[in-house]
Design a protein around this ligand. Structure first.
Ligand code: NAP
Length: 228
């Protein structure tokens, strides 16, 4: 093993779908040291939600002049994407149901309710100009971004590859961000609570079914984490 010693605290990933495993063999190039102060449940949430959010923000490259819309803004990926886009100075509009609006506002995000009439509400909140769109939901959000006048190069989706292919939009997500270098960046930022990684709930591994039932309801704010 290069670079690490027995007993080092690390976070990382493997492509062997071992998220529930008690012991796992991980390639050392897929590990980073746990930054001081990074809680374990947050460390466990960063791959893949943190890296996917990072990739989505990187794909649309928001800056201080830009208005960016994020669908699923309170979810595991979206809650981090909105904050990473804010850290780049962009104006961020977060699509979410009303119970999540207070959290979004607290993080400097303009909340917009999703559902019928979303396009009009976004136009109102943005003053009519949307520069980039990060979609974490699919279900027509790529078409909505096009309708809002966003150029395909600045629409990233992690859920609707078909719509992305049709218009030539990027689909940066888990695959693009599967790197310890990428993982290290949200880990470093999250250790300082910027972004804050909302942990909806933690479950012991024995309660994994309960965790999946909650996830399937698809209204989680942040991440559900298994913690021994
Ligand atoms: N391609 C990749 O690389 C990649 C990587 C990671 C994840 N993913 C996928 O990306 C999706 C998002 O992941 P996640 O971890 O962020 O999921 P999540 O935490 O389960 O997302 C939950 C959020 O989705 C919102 N939502 C659910 N249905 C919606 C709808 N019909 N319209 C608008 N918002 C809706 C909910 O908002 P409200 O409660 O406000 O309704 C909730 O806050 C998942 O399907 C996941 O499998 C893809």
């Amino acid at each position: 093993m290069r670079g690490f010693r027995v007993g080092d605290e690390v976070l990382g990933f493997t492509h062997r779908r071992a998220g529930h495993a008690q012991y796992v063999l991980v390639d050392d190039v897929h590990l980073v040291s746990r930054p001081a102060g990074l809680p374990w449940e947050v460390a466990g949430a960063l791959y893949v939600a943190g890296t996917t959010a990072y990739a989505g923000v990187f794909a649309v490259d928001p800056g201080p002049e830009d208005t960016v819309v994020v669908s699923g803004a309170a979810g595991g990926v979206g809650s981090l994407a909105v904050q990473l886009a804010r850290l780049r100075g962009a104006t961020v509009i977060g699509l979410a149901s009303e119970p999540h609006h207070a959290w979004l506002e607290k993080h400097g995000v303009l909340p917009v309710t999703c559902g019928p009439g979303t396009a009009e509400r976004i136009r109102e909140a943005s003053g009519g100009r949307v520069d980039a769109f990060i979609d974490t939901i699919g279900e027509g959000y790529v078409a909505l971004a096009v309708e809002l006048g966003v150029r395909p190069a600045r629409i990233n989706t992690i859920r609707d590859g078909k719509a992305a292919t049709e218009i030539g939009a990027p689909t940066y997500g888990e695959g693009a961000a599967a790197s310890a270098v990428v993982l290290g960046e949200p880990a470093r930022l999250a250790a300082r609570c910027r972004p804050e990684v909302p942990i909806a709930r933690t479950h012991p591994p024995e309660a994994v079914q309960e965790a999946f039932r909650a996830l399937e309801r698809r209204h989680t704010h942040g991440k559900i984490v298994l913690r021994p």
